[in-house]
Write a protein of this length. Structure first.
Length: 304
């Protein structure tokens, strides 16, 4: 068994846990938890079973199908996500069943020769796929964005893939080496107590960080979220209300089940109530970085 802490949540992983998953999570591993007895506390328990010959369809009370995935409310009160190998096939590729609070998650994965998928990545991806839903039940969520920490405060840069989020944050790192890239694709956000005991949004690194695999086991309080769009000139404006909610929801993994969707909307509202949101029309340039820096950190002595 292995223990990890991600976004302040302690998870335990049992079962078939290949080395590649262990390696990508190594920076988040907890090595001093006892195997049993007092002190062996964890928030989410994963049991991963690979190389299954036959996976039975769960007994669902409600099923919704989106993009060949079946989302289920089960008759026993649990949740399930089922992927089939082909839309017209009865053979199940993956079956992931979780308790209603996503504290106990069992994953059955079919044999590698049935799926053609690399088993070394599948278990790692199971955790990355389901942890956002466990976070939703624990005052947090995951946002598709590139997140930096600049002088102890986090800024989320969100935009559709290909807009230039990663390039923009790399420019921060280039021009201001003290900048940390907490996560380049899927940082977690959680409402956590600050030094004064007040709940504020913090950004956390996670091991799931897109093509660059750039992530740190680090966190910082969020001071702003910036939505990027490409433009021939740099300009920034503050946004709020429905416009900000709409843009933020584009970057949140959208669960189909009603309770998870409601949790997503509530977390989006909490974040936007706590920090300012901006839309940055930008080129990929130092001027774009400075446009954000002068807006988000107005009290800083700037060396232009």
């Amino acid at each position: 068994m292995f223990y990890y802490k991600i976004a302040g949540i302690t998870i335990r992983v049992d079962g078939d846990w290949p080395l590649i998953g262990q390696g990508r999570l190594r920076a988040y591993e907890i090595k001093d938890l006892p195997e049993s007895g007092d002190g062996c506390e964890y928030d989410v328990h994963y049991h991963i079973q690979q190389e299954c010959d036959v996976i039975a369809m769960p007994d669902a009370a409600q099923t919704v199908e989106v993009n060949q995935r079946l989302w289920m409310n089960l008759k026993n009160g649990n949740k399930a996500m089922v992927d089939r190998i082909l839309a017209f096939s009865d053979r199940i590729l993956n079956c992931i069943e979780a308790t209603a609070d996503w504290s106990d998650i069992h994953a059955q994965l079919c044999r590698e020769d049935f799926s053609g998928l690399d088993k070394n990545m599948r278990a790692f991806n199971v955790i990355g796929e389901t942890l956002p839903y466990a976070l939703l039940k624990r005052n947090g969520f995951v946002v598709h964005s590139s997140c930096i920490s600049y002088r102890g405060q986090a800024v989320l840069f969100s935009a559709p893939s290909g807009t230039g989020k990663s390039t923009h944050t790399r420019l921060w790192k280039e021009f201001y080496p003290e900048t940390l890239i907490i996560n380049d694709d899927l940082p977690a956000v959680r409402m956590m107590p600050n030094a004064e005991g007040r709940l504020v949004p913090f950004a956390f690194g996670t091991p799931w960080s897109g093509k660059t695999q750039t992530n740190l086991n680090a966190n910082a309080p969020i001071c702003a979220i910036v939505f990027l769009k490409q433009a021939p000139q740099n300009a920034i404006r503050r946004i709020s209300g429905g416009e900000a909610v709409y843009l933020l929801m584009q970057g949140i993994r959208k669960p189909v089940l009603e309770d998870l969707m409601q949790d997503s909307l509530e977390m989006a509202s909490k974040l936007l109530s706590a920090v300012p949101a901006y839309e940055l029309s930008c080129t990929i340039s130092r001027e774009a970085v400075e446009t954000v820096r002068k807006t988000v950190f107005p009290d800083e002595k700037l060396n232009d």
